[in-house]
Design a protein around this ligand. Sequence first.
Ligand code: AMP
Ligand code: MG
Length: 491
Amino acid sequence: MGQIVFDNHYVRLPERFYSPQDPVPVREPGSIRLNLPLAEDLGIDTQWLASEAGTAMLAGNYLPEGAEPIATAYAGHQFGGFNPQLGDGRAVLLGEIRARNGRRFDLQLKGSGPTPYSRGGDGRSPLGPVLREYILCEAMHRLDVPTTRALAAVTSGERVMRESVLPGAVLARVASSHIRIGTFQYFAARKDTEALHLLTDHVIARHYPELEDSENRIAALLGAVVARQAQLIAKWQMLGFIHGVMNTDNVLISGETIDYGPCAFMDEFNPEQVYSSIDHGGRYAYRNQPGIAHWNLSCLANSLIPILHNDQEHAIALAQSALDRFPDLFLEANSLGAARKLGLQAIEAGDVPLVDDLWRLMAEQRLDFTLTFRRLADLADETNRTGTVAELLEFPDALQPWLDRWRERAAREPTSAADRQAVMYAANPVFIPRNHLVEAAIAAATDNNDFAIFHQLAELLENPTSYAPELRHFASPPRPEEIVQQTFCGT
Ligand code: AMP
Ligand code: MG
């Protein structure tokens, strides 16, 4: 048996879906970090993966048996403007792995060299973005957010030229699939309805098999993707996560978060917050994320109209009714998320002002997003004084009347204070990959070849909700001089 058991399906689609493309070997592969639990889940021989041969594979220098490497084609709306021809410009899909739970996962190398879609780019990645994606996506996974995963990060022993000369690296990314809204747009833009049908069949079989027998499978698929996006964006909002580049090529049909370029978790709550250096108009600001997701889904709907129904008017009506579900689905998911964060079983009609006032006060008082909820969890059961974050966040007087209202409301719950606190501790992480910590990890690795902070952060974020005071450094907001104002795509 091979070291990895591949079961490739996407490559069986016609050749206009992709270009065969081997990764371009790097000079000197060096292992940075391996995600052994994930490798186990994928049924990969972990001893082999940790060996020199495994590192060579992760760098693109050795093709495992059964791999059929391709760069996939896709299009996308970038900041609202349509680009009919994007595609994997710095990544290759080695193949699909059948995991131990029976599900299939893409294994993709990112930073693996130029492809036909590179448009003049070098197809490589600097070390910084690789470390960033590793930390961020694995943190999201532990925070219970659907996401692509990091199987490994390796150095390439090469330098890449950006604004400065930087060490190069490759990320091994695992995803339920890399099929994007932009993949549908690619074929819709070419009026290739045959490909749209093939892609739809592939997606339903792979991600939504329960829809196979629906009356209109394509309308059902659109509805299901709408629902998964609504759930996903609600999770982002509840964590103060700002994706930063919600282009339609960065929206996966599976409902997983992808593209950890300029993304960031907020420190102080500010609904207008933007970090990405290229997001001048604030299109992808925190508060705009639900609306942008809805807009992105309308691009998917448009792409599907040619195959939704023979009668175009009927097709448009089907698309519209699927899209119209988004606001309610999002609000429902958001409300459930907020309830858990506040230790309530549900947000009832009378609770809406309570929740709205908290968001308003957090913004007015510039409270730290993460610590606010964590401190509320401490206060859910004041008889328990162990492991609180009181030393990290003291609520201002302006919040006291709100706290009294919340205490009163919580007291009407059928649950005990201890139970409410347990739910709140699980729903409100104390550790998030704060920008200044991620930047410190990247700087030490890039400037001094020192990966200690990176490993420390990666380990800590495996348990984002369990606090110990000796870890306070990692739970603390940045000092003024540490605040990260901008993030970069880092391609
Ligand atoms: P992304 O920033 O990942 O959303 O990428 C947008 C598009 O630019 C995709 O088609 C990428 O493959 C391509 N791209 C990004 N960085 C590079 C690079 N260094 N070399 C070639 N293509 C790139
Ligand atoms: Mg992308």
